[in-house]
Design a protein around this ligand. Structure first.
Ligand code: GRF
Length: 212
């Protein structure tokens, strides 16, 4: 069986630390997939720089050249198809993904979110906003969610979650840091499960199949 080809997609300036974590896992021989392209809608994204350093194709797509989100998504799908990508990983992609992309990659687009969905998700819930909302809510636990992407923000079938405790003296920064450390482990695990065809989606639930 040929190795899974992954395309990473980001939209903001972003650090690109989740991309880096996937690259590091690959370098340690712990990723059963190849990252073949990184596409960013921001020319200054940290992820593009990180990809270039690794000899991974880094592609800037200017979203302003498209008149509708669907048109942009069709172009993104074409880029991914051309490179025979089997899984698209969003990493700091803050836009809604439309049916124009999802229908071409059903249950083949993953996202990582820095909280335990379905709480603390949705439009505007990104970066520090998420961690501030968690702390303000008084919740004792936050965490990380990897999920398949559908046409609603932070809504698709949940693949994996990891709980992170909220400590009494946490501020958003401190919590963000501990959550991010877990993100970096969880995304690679989810990609590996996908690569091993161990994720079975049934409605909103994802069943984890045993190793074959
Ligand atoms: C991460 O916190 C991720 O959960 C969210 O966007 C952030 C991207 O960070 N979807 P990075 O660019 O990968 O460092």
């Amino acid at each position: 069986m040929s190795r899974l080809r992954v395309g990473v997609l980001c939209s903001g300036k972003g650090r690109g630390s989740n991309l880096q974590a996937l690259i590091d896992a690959r370098d340690r021989g712990e990723l059963g997939a190849d990252i073949v392209v990184v596409v960013s809608l921001n020319a200054e994204a940290g992820a593009l720089e990180r990809a270039r350093k690794q000899g991974i194709e880094a592609k800037y797509v200017d979203p302003n050249q498209f008149t509708t989100p669907e048109e942009l998504d069709r172009a993104l799908a074409e880029i991914m198809h051309e490179r025979q990508v089997g899984l698209i990983c969003l990493a700091g992609y803050m836009r809604i993904v439309t049916a124009a992309l999802i229908r071409q990659f059903p249950n083949r687009v993953m996202n990582i979110h820095p909280a335990l969905l379905p709480a603390f998700g949705g439009k505007g819930m990104y970066g520090h906003h998420v961690h501030e909302a968690v702390i303000d809510s008084g919740a004792k636990y936050s965490g990380v969610t990897v999920h398949f992407v559908d046409e609603v923000y932070d809504h698709g079938p949940i693949v994996l979650q990891k709980v992170v405790s909220v400590l009494d003296d946490d501020d958003a920064d401190a919590l963000a840091q501990r959550v991010l450390a877990e993100e970096h482990k969880l995304y690679a695990r989810a990609v590996n499960l996908f690569a091993e065809r161990r994720l079975e989606v049934e409605g909103r639930r994802v069943r984890l199949l045993p190793p074959s």
